[in-house]
Design a binder for this molecule. Structure first.
Ligand code: HEC
Length: 150
């Protein structure tokens, strides 16, 4: 009994694995807050790197590498927040997102690999990190244009 319950709970938190699992309202609300919180943390690190890339702040390789490290870790996180039943309420996720979960999933995987590539070159010169940062930025914009309300 206990292990069955545990499997159910774990299953419900896995992206795409929750199709037949009913989700109670509080949990949907928590999932929305969770993913928005992760994205807010994205902005913190992504924004700090962006300011250096755009020359608004002096480039500091060590600081940049710190933000690249944190962002790479964070990119693993939002996917699991898009659980079944969290498609309405205080969310900016478009209806199209829920109809294209395979594409959304693939986009998160691409973001992870591009963030890892950025991390791999971080510590180098601004010229080294700029293209890799641009590649990461494309993921943000691409997904938002398709699946996020303004
Ligand atoms: C695969 C899709 C996808 C990718 C990639 C993605 N986002 Fe998002 N983002 C979303 C969706 C969907 C929302 C709306 C979430 C909600 O409101 O439920 C969102 C919301 C946000 C928000 C608003 C958070 C809030 O509620 O205040 C920020 C900031 C953000 N994303 C930053 C980023 C940055 C920076 C990147 C790239 C490093 C990124 N996102 C990559 C899909 C994506």
């Amino acid at each position: 009994m206990k292990s069955k319950l545990l499997v159910g709970v774990l299953g419900a938190t896995l992206f795409g694995a929750s199709m037949s699992t009913p989700v109670y309202a509080d949990k949907a609300e928590d999932a929305i807050k969770y993913r928005q919180g992760v994205f807010t943390a994205f902005r913190w690190h992504f924004g700090a790197m962006g300011a250096m890339v755009r020359g608004k702040v002096d480039y500091d390789a060590e600081q940049f590498a710190h933000h690249a490290t944190q962002l790479a870790a964070l990119t693993r996180m939002p996917k699991e927040g898009f659980i079944e039943g969290s498609d309405f309420g205080d969310t900016a996720a478009k209806a199209e997102l829920w109809e294209n979960l395979d594409d959304v999933n693939a986009r998160f995987d691409k973001l992870i690999s591009d963030a890892d590539a950025l991390l791999a070159v971080s510590g180098g010169s601004l010229g080294d990190v700029r293209p890799a940062f641009g590649a990461v930025a494309k993921n943000c914009k691409g997904c938002h244009d398709n699946y996020k309300e303004e």
